[in-house]
Ligand binder design. Structure first.
Ligand SMILES: NC(=O)c1ccc[n+]([C@@H]2O[C@H](COP(=O)([O-])OP(=O)(O)OC[C@H]3O[C@@H](n4cnc5c(N)ncnc54)[C@H](OP(=O)(O)O)[C@@H]3O)[C@@H](O)[C@H]2O)c1
Length: 233
C-alpha cells in the first residue's frame, strides 16, 4: 500500500514527525503534514510536495476542520501517524495538574481526537493503518516521568482497546515504542549536561523511527505489525 496512498502525519514540524513525513513522501504517499507552527508546516509541505494541515490535536473543532480538508481532497486516509507529543519532566511532588493536563491532553486525548476523526473513513473503506508513536516510557518507569509516562501508559491502554475493536475490519494499527530519539523534544533539558539523561550521541535518529514507519506502511494490507519497540543497539 505505498504508491499513491494518502497519509496524515501529526507532529510533522517536530523531529520524528518530519522524518516520517519525508519517508512516506519518498515512498510515494501524498502526505498531509500536521502541526501548529504554520511557517514550519508550509516549508515541510513544500519540501516533500505535500499539504500543510495546521491544527491543534487538543482542539476537537480544529481536528474536525482538518478532517474536512482531507475529505475535500477526495480520497480517504490510507495511513494516519499520530506523532504529535509533548514531554515535561518533573518529580512527582512537582507534577502539577497543569503538567499532567498538558501531557495527557496532547499525548493521549490528542491521539484519541485525531483517531476518532479519521478512523470512521478507514472503517468505511475497510482498509487503512493507524500508527501511534508511544514511547519506552509507556512500558518502563523513569524518574521525573510521571506525567509523560502516565500519558504513554495511557496511550497503550487506549491502543490495546483500539486493536481489539479493529479485528476483522481490515484496518490495521501499530504502536511504535522508541527509546530516546535525538529531536528538539530534548532541547529544553540539555540532556548531555544532565547525568541521568541519555547523551544525544547515544540516542536513536528520527530517520530510524521513520524507516520503521515506512516498513509497516509498506507491508501488504494482509500483514499487521501491532507492536514495534525500537531501541539503540
Ligand atoms: N524524542 C524522543 O526521545 C522520543 C522517544 C519516544 C517517543 N517520542 C514520541 O515521539 C513523538 C514525537 O516527538 P519528537 O521527539 O519528534 O518531538 P518534537 O521534535 O518536540 O516534536 C513534537 C511535535 O508535536 C507537535 N505538537 C505538540 N503539541 C501539539 C498540539 N497540541 N497539537 C498539534 N501538534 C502538537 C509539535 O508541533 P507544533 O509545535 O508545530 O504544534 C511537533 O511537531 C511524541 O509523541 C513523543 O512523545 C519521542
Amino acid at each position: 500500500m505505498s504508491d499513491g496512498g494518502v497519509a496524515l502525519v501529526t507532529g510533522a514540524t517536530g523531529g520524528i514527525g518530519a522524518a516520517v513525513a519525508r519517508k512516506l513522501a519518498g515512498d510515494g504517499f501524498k502526505v498531509y503534514v500536521g502541526g501548529r507552527r504554520r511557517g514550519r508546516l508550509e516549508r515541510m509541505a513544500a519540501e516533500i510536495g505535500g499539504s500543510a494541515l495546521p491544527f491543534d490535536v487538543t482542539i476537537e473543532k480544529d481536528v474536525a476542520v482538518a478532517r474536512g480538508v482531507v475529505e475535500a481532497g477526495g480520497a480517504g486516509l490510507d495511513v494516519l501517524v499520530n506523532a504529535a507529543g509533548v514531554f515535561d519532566l518533573a518529580p512527582v511532588v512537582d507534577t502539577s495538574e497543569g503538567i499532567l493536563a498538558r501531557n495527557l491532553g496532547v499525548n493521549l486525548a490528542g491521539v484519541a481526537n485525531v483517531t476518532r476523526a479519521f478512523l470512521p473513513g478507514m472503517l468505511a473503506a475497510g482498509s487503512g493503518l493507524v500508527v501511534n508513536v508511544g514511547s519506552v516510557a509507556g512500558w518502563r518507569a523513569f524518574p521525573d516521568n510521571a506525567a509523560y509516562s502516565a500519558s504513554k501508559y495511557g496511550l497503550r491502554g487506549f491502543y490495546d482497546v483500539l486493536l481489539e475493536e479493529l479485528r476483522g475490519t481490515g484496518v490495521r494499527a501499530c504502536l511504535l515504542e522508541p527509546g530516546a530519539v535525538d529531536t528538539s523534544l530534548w532541547d529544553p533539558l540539555d540532556p548531555d549536561s544532565v547525568p541521568h539523561l541519555p547523551d544525544r550521541a547515544q540516542m536513536l535518529r528520527p530517520e530510524d523511527v521513520a524507516r520503521a514507519v515506512g516498513f509497516v506502511a509498506g507491508l501488504p494490507g494482509s500483514v499487521a505489525v501491532p507492536l514495534l519497540r525500537i531501541e539503540r543497539a
